[in-house]
Design a protein around this ligand. Sequence first.
Ligand code: HEC
Length: 186
Amino acid sequence: MRLFTSALLVAGTLAATALTLAPAGASAEGAPAEGGPAEGGPNGANAGAASPIYGVTIPEGYRAWQLVAPAQEAAPLDELRAIVGNTTAIKAYQAGTLPFPDGTVLVKLAWKHTQSPEFATASVPGAATTVQIMVKDSKRYAATGGWGFGRFVNGKPADQAQHETCWGCHQALVADRDYVFTRYAP
Ligand code: HEC
């Protein structure tokens, strides 16, 4: 059966392809971005897909950055958050520099607010929800106060409609603080 044989061959080829792809897919998180903006992230990192409109990517190593402040969002979102900054951001905060200099990157991590399994009154982070990013580049993002925005869920950028909301809210409420809400926690 000629047809049958070629069908088997195709199936075999597909299986082989899937096998070869599996290890690559498994390490995709740390792989360099394909087709991302050539200039990459502000710290030279370009670890994944870029946000629509702004082309912002998740900066490499941000999880080890210094804390600016924690935050809490009431229901219905009911989240715990932490805002961290790169060295440029932290220096600017400590010196009280406004506007923030080019190269500033702020990352807001968010988790579901859950009760500690060991201690009823303690709140602890549950599942991670979003990672939101603001990158200062006064030339590239001149139309939005010098800030580029990125919102990521499971490492993937949110859609364009969500990115259309960022600048409006930050611009309306904190224009006098260079469009940044978070103050350095004492
Ligand atoms: C309706 C208002 C609103 C919108 C829309 C909004 N933000 Fe914010 N953002 C806030 C508030 C309030 C904070 C202060 C921290 C907190 O409450 O979590 C904040 C904080 C941040 C921070 C930490 C730096 C700072 O300004 O304090 C980043 C980064 C950020 N937002 C990114 C984004 C991105 C990206 C989008 C769009 C996808 C976005 N925001 C849309 C209200 C908004």
